[in-house]
Design a protein around this ligand. Structure first.
Ligand SMILES: Nc1ncnc2c1ncn2[C@@H]1O[C@H](COP(=O)(O)OP(=O)(O)OP(=O)(O)O)[C@@H](O)[C@H]1O
Ligand SMILES: [Mg+2]
Length: 269
């Protein structure tokens, strides 16, 4: 007898616990394949490290997951749904927040205003609501400002809320980005080199905040060249090179993997 209920093995749906499921992604630019068949899952509450030499395709993979680039082929699933054709804004709404390798805050806006910019933009709705329910909109704005202040406190920047973002150091800009993406209450957070160029004291703060977020149940995917940070934070590490997965395991296992060592040596040469 044939069943009408698809069995789990035949179903196209990803495992229920995967917050992010990137499947066989390929991204070609003119004459250059940046991602060449990369799959990666991030489970609920997991903290995964993504390492690999310069040019391995790590940031491109983030761009594909977050939606700022469309894949040449392959699929992105978020929370059990195929979002491959969805805009970056839609994916933020589905709970994915990402920081950039080089933060680009609005330099002349205040630090607080930069955090507020991370609230989900709903301009059309807002215009109408402003007209129909002005009191409600003002209340929402007050709540957003309270939330932005709380987040600035969380990232230890509360004393700088009224300053223009241009006064912030590189490390403080990374913390500002973190506060900005937290405005949208992401379930999964993609961090692109949060330690790069950051002084040691601020690096401890960044690591503590990332650990706090993970302890709150948020899933974290961390691109980092700082292996000390990866070792301290990540339970699982994925290494990639030339757009493909190379190895996966604990930080120690991946760091000792001969393919990974050769890829780093090759990139240096
Ligand atoms: N928009 C683009 N157009 C053309 N080529 C690109 C583009 N973005 C990335 N690439 C190329 O794709 C490859 C992967 O780049 P990517 O930035 O993803 O690497 P990465 O692993 O993040 O490196 P790094 O550790 O230096 O940040 C590189 O060869 C890069 O030059
Ligand atoms: Mg990069």
């Amino acid at each position: 007898m044939t069943s009408t209920v698809p069995d789990a093995e035949q179903s196209n749906a990803p495992p229920a616990r995967a917050v992010i499921d990137a499947r066989d992604l390929v991204k070609r630019f003119d004459g250059n394949t940046a991602v060449a068949g990369m799959s990666l899952t991030l489970a609920a509450g997991e903290m995964v490290g993504l390492i690999g030499p310069n040019g391995a395709g790590k940031t491109t993979l983030f761009n594909l997951i977050a939606g700022s680039l469309k894949p040449t082929s392959g699929e992105i699933w978020i929370g059990g749904r195929d979002v491959s054709q969805e805009s970056p804004e839609k994916r933020i709404g589905r709970g994915v927040g990402r920081t950039f390798q080089i933060p680009k805050p609005f330099l002349e806006m205040t630090v607080l205003e930069n955090v507020l910019a991370g609230a989900q933009a709903q301009d059309g709705e807002r215009l109408l609501a402003n007209f129909l329910r002005p009191g409600h909109v003002r209340r929402q704005e007050r709540l957003a400002i309270d939330k932005a202040r709380t987040l600035l406190e969380f990232v230890t920047l509360s004393g700088l809320g009224a300053q223009p973002a241009r006064v912030l150091s590189g490390g403080q800009r990374k913390l500002l980005e973190l506060a900005r993406i937290l405005m949208a209450d992401p379930q999964a957070i993609l961090l692109d080199e949060p330690a790069a160029g950051v002084n040691p004291a601020l690096l401890e703060t960044i690591m503590d905040r990332v650990l706090d977020l993970n302890a709150q149940g948020k899933s974290i995917l961390l691109i980092e060249h700082n292996m000390d940070m990866v070792t301290r934070l990540c339970t699982r590490v994925v290494a990639m090179a030339l757009g493909k997965p190379l190895a996966e395991g604990t930080a120690a296992e991946v760091a000792a993997n001969t393919d990974v060592i050769s890829a780093y040596l090759g990139a240096t040469a």
